[in-house]
Design a protein around this ligand. Structure first.
Ligand code: C2O
Ligand code: CU
Ligand code: CU
Length: 459
């Protein structure tokens, strides 16, 4: 499973290099956090936006002064942001100029099977592939990433992910912070070795450098006003339990599938791999000159306790007409469930299982009737490993966590849900979009690449 070609990072060996290089605490917050470029369509005719993306190797500075080889969409680490609108289709031509097959999945989207980026439906090196995204779903902070069978973990780790922000008239009508005050932030970890290369090995505990939008421990200059941040955890395994260093309020307004019905105020935001949180932070409570660090308190199962993530530097005042209304959207009532099933997550490295089975792309694990609305009870049967659970095609709702009413952090439309060791989550999903085969898996990508993935057939 090791493949290397010219221009690609050299250190992909199975043995992790002895020493990770990182940024010491005293050298942090010296580079600005970039905002990934917004991709411009190559055509907007015929009522749809057409984009061109080339997957290619590139070099970037994740650590200040250190050149690191990465895999990219259009040379950008993370990939460029696509901005889309509900009801207006997007077409993306993906050119694979890497030396490995790839597959591009739009996480959280309802698309037909041919456009879903299935693990086996890959783009050969040198080939192109056109993906059609109908955007017939409400606003949501989606993201796209590689999904090639057995290689998704390494490919995403090396850089193949980007944001896809879908908006609609419901979201546009709200007076939330917008424009330069609406900022996507992709958080992840990396392990950079002594040669400056990204080290990859499954379950590597040395991914201890935290990166925001491609830079390790950056600062971000803000005005003393409200900002909206679209937080995405694009790490392979690491979960973030985020808070501000002064413990002050964060207003949670959305999750995976868009805005929550109502905002809720919290001092912590938990994100497992693949999850998103839409939050508003009001910096008007701070005098100009204040520095506040976004911190991570390591959740159980994390091997290294990592404190700092990024620093907000309040450097000016600015007018602010934005507000967070007390009602953000309404969600449809859940239909009566038509059936139920149970899914069990377990892992015994080097293998990981869904219902005691390793992923086999030739096997259908769940037959779902088209139009059904099912309650799935997902059980993390491991006593030590956290897992999470992601379904393609649908946005689901969480009904119960460990037999209790779920906490506010489980509210809204979800496509990925965290399960600590021993936890059980009941969710309800309605399969009324497309027929076909789609995968569901643990989104801790080292686990899915080790087999914790299965296939459902809707028909
Ligand atoms: Cu983020 Cu199978 O997906
Ligand atoms: Cu997905
Ligand atoms: Cu897992």
């Amino acid at each position: 499973l090791r493949h290397r070609a010219e221009g690609e990072p050299a250190r992909t060996g199975t043995k992790a290099p002895a020493r990770a290089v990182t940024v010491s605490e005293t050298d942090r917050f010296r580079v600005a956090m970039p905002v990934p470029p917004v991709l411009r369509p190559v055509s907007t005719r015929g009522g749809r936006d057409v984009y061109d993306i080339t997957m290619r190797p590139a070099e970037c500075e994740i650590l200040p002064g250190v050149r690191t080889g990465v895999l990219t969409y259009n040379g950008s680490f993370p990939g460029p942001t696509i901005k889309a609108r509900s009801g207006r289709p997007v077409v993306v031509r993906q050119r694979n100029r890497l030396t490995m097959p790839t597959s591009v999945h739009l996480h959280g989207a309802a698309v037909t099977q041919e456009n879903d980026g299935d693990p086996m439906d890959t783009i050969a090196p040198g080939a192109d592939r056109i993906y059609h995204y109908p955007n017939r779903q409400p606003h949501a902070s989606l993201w796209y990433h590689d999904h090639a069978h057995h290689m998704e973990a390494e490919h995403v780790y090396r850089g193949l992910s980007g944001s896809y922000l879908l908006t609609d008239s419901v979201e546009q009508a709200l007076p939330l912070p917008s424009g330069p005050y609406d900022v996507p932030v992709a958080l992840r970890d990396v392990h950079i070795d002594g040669a400056g290369d990204l080290a990859f090995s499954m379950g590597d505990p040395e991914r201890t450098t935290i990166v925001a939008n491609g830079k390790a421990y950056p600062y971000f200059r803000v005005a003393a006003r409200k900002y909206r941040f679209r937080l995405l955890n694009s790490s392979n395994i690491r979960a973030f339990d985020l808070r501000l260093s002064d413990g002050s309020d964060i207003i949670r307004i959305g999750s995976d599938g868009g805005l929550l019905p109502r905002p809720h105020t919290t001092d912590r935001v938990f994100l497992s791999s693949g999850e998103r949180a839409d939050v508003v932070i009001d910096f008007s409570r701070y005098p100009v000159g204040t520095e506040i660090v976004l911190e991570n308190s390591a959740p159980p199962g994390d091997l290294a306790r990592i404190g700092q993530v990024l620093r907000f530097d309040v450097d000016r005042t600015a007018p602010d007409a934005s507000r967070v209304p007390s009602v953000l959207r309404s969600l449809p009532r859940l239909p009566e469930p038509t059936g139920e099933r149970t899914v069990k997550l377990t892992m015994a490295p080097p293998q990981a299982f869904m219902d005691d089975k390793v992923y086999d792309p030739g096997r259908i694990d769940a037959f779902v009737r088209y139009g059904a609305s099912e309650v799935w009870t997902v059980v993390n049967a491991n006593e030590v490993f956290p897992h999470n659970f992601h379904m393609h095609l649908v946005q689901f709702r969480i009904l119960e966590r460990n037999g209790q009413t779920p906490p506010p952090s489980d509210a809204g439309l979800k496509d990925t849900v965290n399960l600590m060791p021993g936890e059980t989550v009941k969710l309800q999903a309605t399969f009324d979009r497309y027929r076909g085969t789609y995968v569901y898996h643990c989104h801790m990508l080292d686990h899915s690449a080790m087999g914790m993935m299965a296939t459902m057939k809707i028909g």
